[in-house]
Design a protein around this ligand. Structure first.
Ligand SMILES: [Zn+2]
Length: 333
């Protein structure tokens, strides 16, 4: 991810006792949990418990074509076996389209979202014409081709909806409740990650106007996450470092929608024998549920906490006490 240190960052005020804490674990049900996803689950659970807060589970199945039938129930069984109980019933993003649609319509009404009819090939050609060849995560930096196209004509053709990242949020376009340290919020800004420290991204140039809804009507991960975190009142996001690169896009979207920005902490990744990130995509093994304490000990080791030998509940209690004692970060100092 494109980051640089800066002293001119917004303050990420430390959590103080008595403040409300609401955390969440939000797996994509594309397969069962593996050793890497359990690290994020354990870290977010420990962080919530150590802050005396609440912890939720949300199934991020907004990308219907990638969702695997039954994986959600398997994940819930795995979490239960590991003693990671949520404080409320889980929610499924696939049942929350109404919320995402309302957010999209709000952005369209403010002139912050527009219909894009570009194919991947057209985007590549436009970038080449501008002298760019850069790709990032195989995702092209969208050059803004359709920003000024006729909306009526655009929506009559297959189209995605994209969020403008080139505009400062002028008072007219800006939601009433937007609060920021910038006089005029724009899509290049700094923030503080609780583990990674000061971060910076210029979304306009690193990503470009990004997709809110795809041509197949699936809402994007970015839109769903931002809408859900706000709708559920999430104050603290603790998730794997593989998702850190999405943070700037999500903060920009929060600002465009006038939503609060949670505190972010990205956990260390579990690497496979080849040094690549362990993921469902590269064939990571599902957690072995015959010995949940062993699976939890492996996850705790990645976070820097010592192995426990008693029982799953006792191990979780011990680690929670350690997190509280050593500064309320789920990653050991
Ligand atoms: Zn376009």
């Amino acid at each position: 991810m494109k980051v640089r240190s800066t002293r001119n960052h917004e303050s990420s005020s430390a959590f103080t006792a008595g403040s409300r804490y609401l955390g969440r674990f939000a797996p994509s049900p594309t397969g069962p949990l593996h050793a890497g996803s359990l690290v994020a689950a354990l870290a977010s659970w420990l962080d919530a418990r150590a802050h005396g807060g609440q912890w939720l589970v949300r199934m991020e199945d907004v990308d219907a074509p990638r969702t695997v039938a039954g994986a959600d129930q398997l994940i819930l069984q795995q979490l239960a076996a590991c003693g990671l109980q949520a404080d409320a019933p889980p929610v499924w993003q696939s049942q929350r389209d109404t919320l995402y649609q309302a957010a999209l319509e709000q952005l369209i009404a403010r002139g912050l979202a527009y219909a894009c009819t570009c194919s991947r090939k057209e985007i590549e050609h436009a970038l080449a014409a501008q002298g760019h060849t850069r790709e990032r995560h195989a995702e092209l930096v969208y050059p803004g081709t359709c920003r000024s196209a006729d909306p009526a004509l655009q929506v009559s053709k297959p189209h995605t909806w994209r969020l403008r990242t080139d505009l400062p949020l002028t008072p007219g376009a800006q939601a009433q409740s937007v609060t920021t340290t910038d006089a005029v919020p724009k899509a290049a800004f700094a923030w503080v990650d609780r583990r990674l420290g000061p971060q910076y991204q210029d979304v306009t140039h690193a990503v470009g106007d990004f997709v809110l809804q795809r041509a197949d009507d699936c809402f994007s991960y970015q839109l769903a996450v931002v809408v859900d975190d706000a709708a559920q009142g999430v104050t603290h996001v603790v998730r794997g470092q593989d998702l850190a690169d999405n943070t700037a896009r999500q903060i920009w979207l929060q600002r465009c929608l006038g939503l609060p920005t949670p505190h972010y902490l990205h956990t260390p990744l579990v690497l496979g024998p080849d040094g690549a990130k362990l993921s469902k995509q590269n064939g990571a093994q599902a957690l072995d549920l015959t010995d949940p304490l062993r699976a939890l000990n492996a996850a705790a080791a990645v976070l820097g906490w010592p192995a426990q030998t008693a029982s799953v509940p006792e191990a979780l209690t011990t680690w929670t006490a350690m997190v509280v004692e050593l500064g309320r970060s789920p990653v050991a100092p």
